[in-house]
Design a binder for this molecule. Sequence first.
Ligand code: NAI
Length: 281
Amino acid sequence: MKKVGVIGAGVMGVGVAQNLAQSGFNVRLVDVNEDILIHAKREIYNNARMHQFYTRGKESFDPDEVLSRIEGDLHMDVLSDCDFIIENVTEKWEVKKDIYPALDKICPESAVFAVNTSCISITKIGGLTRRPDRILGIHFMNPVPLKSTVEAIRGAYTSQETIDCAAGILAGMGKKYILVNDMPGFVSNRVLMLTINEAIWTVQDQVAPPEDVDRIFKECFGHTSGPLETGDLIGLDTILYSLEVLYESYQDPKFRACPLLRQMVSAGKCGRKSGQGFYQY
Ligand code: NAI
């Protein structure tokens, strides 16, 4: 399988498309926003060059060749000849829920849909289509081309054939996977979102400034980055939407988003992608 559809050209879509193209796949990249598509291609070109630098030339890609494997488009109709689709649109149910019935009509019956989501139930997404057996979750880590392992999520009706098909694509991308069962937030974000939210509460409560909160994790616990840096990298809007999904799914107040997080997102301070979050970029 050499042609893969990627929907959403934001933080994750760019990384997924780049990783696929670097691995020799032809990619159709779809986003609703033309400026985002133009920006995505520029970013993929620059990232492919940087990737060469960071891997000290061990993996060499010609950035022009990488880019030539990616076709951008504003309409999902172009995905009609793709057998594998990786969806990376905004972490909001209202946005994701409209994608799947449309995709179900456009794509061949045999096509597999991989949902890249932080928290949303894969089983619930499967229920929007006539192919719940051919849907799974692939929770990629950010930045995608530099991370070796993903969390794969088996929905209640995901078939073994679908898991095997995704495993083949992931192997082609140079990735390992850890398979978990479907619950909102899976393993990674059920734990990580609480940590990031709680770290934001410590800033709001003036226990320590952001730099010191992160230093505790890096210098005392040996983590490579602190929770607020991680929040800025993921995108504070994505953190907020994920907490909202978890809060609603589990009906548990422990997932209530910190007011400081809401305030920052309302002000457009979404982290790295907006140039300002807990840190300036
Ligand atoms: P983002 O906000 O950077 O990008 C989302 C993109 O989706 C935007 O470019 C937007 O224009 C596009 N979009 C919205 N509606 C669309 C539609 N109907 N058709 C096509 N494109 C549409 O979000 P990000 O961070 O890339 O996240 C995408 C997904 O990946 C989310 O579900 C998120 O939870 C998940 N995720 C994010 C991670 C991160 O570190 N940011 C890590 C792992 C998963």
